[in-house]
Design a protein around this ligand. Structure first.
Ligand code: ADP
Length: 615
């Protein structure tokens, strides 16, 4: 931009005008003074000419030329004026300063020509005779008698104009000095005035620059004093109003954007916006987490660079082509695990209804799908578990009906098998009912936990199992501090411990030992946990089974479990009961050496001790 500052637009122009005006004034002034002087002098010379004209005319008419010359010389000396008398032919008759006889004809001099015509003639020019600038005034000399040419000649008086020129030069010098002084004063005033005009504008410019940078902390009109012009003050006030409105609007936009961003960021659904070139416009934190990408780096990049999923890319392409909403389910691979996403894609439109891209909202339905799978597997497992005893019962009943009933021994054997299988069915259904009851309680958070003596619960569990232990000649020992208290549902916890002890007896050889113990252990984070353990010295469990041991219907040794009347649900019930108490389960085992099952519950710490002392 080739813009000049305001001061450089006002200042030189003003200076030029002042200079031109001063030049014109000085020129006109000095010309007027010169004219005035010359006119004055002319008038004076004319008066002198008139004073002596009478006498000169007389002497010329008389023809007394010598006397005339003497008169001219004398008068000229006294009046410091050159006096010349010229006759009608132009010949110089007398001259106060020179010898008339040697002087050339004067009839072509302009003042003489005028005088010959009967009026006063004037002229300023260089005198060839005197080599000096002279002012000449010539008046006509007339005859007294009539009938002849009234003009007898011309009387010319002259003075040098050098003095006038000197005076004029003086006057012109003074005028010039005055003009220079005025020009300087005008320049100074112009500078001050233009400064006064441009300074508030300069300040306004700075303020406007701040506004453009988004800084609205200062207002323009605050800086302007009373000296600024009405126009500038009005301009400043309207710019302030504009800035205020701008600030307000920016504030509103920023607020709305922040709110939108907060909503966008805190949405649990993953949201991804893509433009028509399939470049990411934006995505929220949930989306960045799902695709394991940096939320800040993704915008502007191609979708296929950001999300390596063919299905999602295809869905976006399809929506861009058809401009129709599209719902799909895609699977993301994370190493060996999978994540299921339900993707709802819709075309994005701007204010004018033009398509500007696609918005995809994704719901993580992995848990839902897993639950569905679990349920499906569970139903299959239950059917399978029920089918085995039912097939067996059906087979034996049919055999009995087909005639085996007649043989009492066979009939009794078959009926015993039927009873055993029925018991198995009953046990499975009992365990399933227990499981569903526990799950329901957990879902509705209806379990009532109360602080109670843990030893008492463990004692009762051991008591329940004593019969079974005695059958195999197994001893059960209990090691639990008297005052140990836990926040629990006693009936449920007892059932969990019973399940563990029954398993321990089931999978131990006769004459073995089962140890039930409980203790409160302090944790690193200052809390404590109550750990109940059931240890046996039986067959143990192979390492590969341990991670899935607590799953429903999972058995490490299917044949043995069935033979022993196991349902495959016992440990699953234990896990659910532990979780209901805010606790967990664990197992360590070595094949052939035995296993230890743990139930850990949140500790009660001092609360438990205080109550223990009181009880
Ligand atoms: P089950 O009714 O078959 O015992 P559980 O859920 O109680 O079902 O146990 C699951 C499986 O864990 C059992 O089939 C068994 O193979 C194994 N198991 C459980 N407890 C023990 C234990 N104390 N010693 C060895 N194996 C065990």
């Amino acid at each position: 931009m080739n813009h000049k500052k305001l001061i450089w637009q006002i200042f030189p122009a003003n200076l030029l005008i002042t200079l031109a005006a001063m030049l014109a004034v000085s020129w006109y002034g000095s010309a007027a003074v010169q004219k005035f002087y010359i006119e004055q002098l002319e008038a004076a010379l004319q008066a002198r000419a008139y004073l002596i004209r009478e006498r000169v005319s007389q002497l010329l008419a008389d023809g007394s030329l010598e006397e005339l010359r003497e008169f001219c010389r004398k008068s000229g000396r006294e009046a410091l004026t050159r006096i010349t008398v010229i006759d009608r032919s132009g010949k110089v008759v007398a001259d106060s300063n020179e010898d008339a006889g040697v002087m050339e004809l004067h009839n072509n001099r302009p003042e003489i020509i005028d005088a010959y015509q009967g009026h006063t003639g004037t002229s300023i020019r260089l005198s060839r005779t005197l080599q000096e600038n002279m002012l000449y005034v010539a008046v006509p000399l007339t005859w007294q008698s009539s009938g002849r040419d009234p003009v007898a000649g011309a009387l010319r008086v002259a003075v040098p104009v050098t003095a006038i020129e000197r005076t004029l030069k003086d006057v012109q010098l003074k005028i010039a000095m005055g003009a220079i002084a005025v020009v300087f004063a005008a320049a100074l005033i112009t500078l001050i005035v233009s400064r006064r005009i441009s300074r508030p504008l300069e300040e306004m410019k700075q303020c406007a620059l701040r506004y453009s940078r988004g800084d609205f902390s200062q207002r323009m009109s605050l800086h302007k004093g009373g000296s600024v012009s009405l126009e500038v003050a009005t301009l400043a006030a309207s710019m302030d109003r504009m800035a205020e409105q701008l600030n307000e609007r920016i504030g509103t936009i920023v607020k709305q954007r922040n709110e939108l961003e907060a909503v966008f960021a805190s949405m649990s659904e993953a949201v991804l916006a893509v433009n028509t070139d399939e470049r990411v416009i934006n995505l929220n934190k949930a989306a960045a987490d799902i695709f394991a990408i940096d939320e800040k780096l993704a915008p502007g990049r191609l979708l296929q660079e950001v999300v390596r999923n063919i299905d999602l890319q295809r869905q976006v392409k399809q929506i861009l082509e058809n401009l129709e909403p599209l719902q799909e389910e895609i699977v993301l691979q994370y190493g060996t695990s999978e994540r299921f996403l339900q993707t709802n894609g819709v075309p994005l439109h701007d204010g004018g209804g033009n398509n500007i891209g696609v918005l995809v909202v994704m719901n993580d339905v992995t848990r839902l799908r897993r639950l569905e799978n679990v349920r499906r597997d569970f139903v299959a497992n239950v059917s399978h578990e029920l089918k085995t005893p039912i097939t067996s019962i059906k087979g034996y009943v049919e055999t009995l009906l087909e005639g085996a009933m007649d043989n009492r021994e066979d009939a009794e054997r078959f009926l015993k098998i039927i009873v055993k299988q029925t018991n198995q069915l009953y046990a499975i259904i009992e365990d399933l009912l227990s499981l569903s009851r526990i799950e329901k309680l957990a879902e509705n958070e209806e379990v009532e936990l109360g602080l109670g003596s843990l030893r008492q619960v463990l004692e009762e569990a051991v008591q329940t199992c004593l019969m079974k232990a005695a059958e195999k000649n197994i001893t059960i020992s209990l090691d639990c501090p008297e005052k140990l208290r836990a926040r629990m549902n006693a009936t449920m916890l007892e059932q969990a411990v019973v399940n563990l002890v029954v398993n321990a007896i089931k999978y131990s050889d006769a004459g073995s030992e089962v140890i039930v113990s409980a203790e409160e252990k302090a944790q690193d984070d200052g809390t404590s946990r109550i750990v109940i353990s059931v240890r046996d010295f039986g067959i143990g469990i192979a390492k590969k089974h341990l991670p899935r041991l607590f799953e429903r219907f999972y058995r490490s040794d299917k044949a043995r479990s069935r033979k022993l009347g196991g349902t495959g649900l016992g440990l699953s019930i234990v896990k659910h009961i532990a979780q209901l108490h805010g606790g967990d389960v664990a197992v360590t085992s070595q094949e052939g050496q035995g296993s230890i099952f743990f139930i850990s519950l949140p500790g009660t710490g001092r609360e438990s001790e205080e109550l223990g002392v009181r009880s």
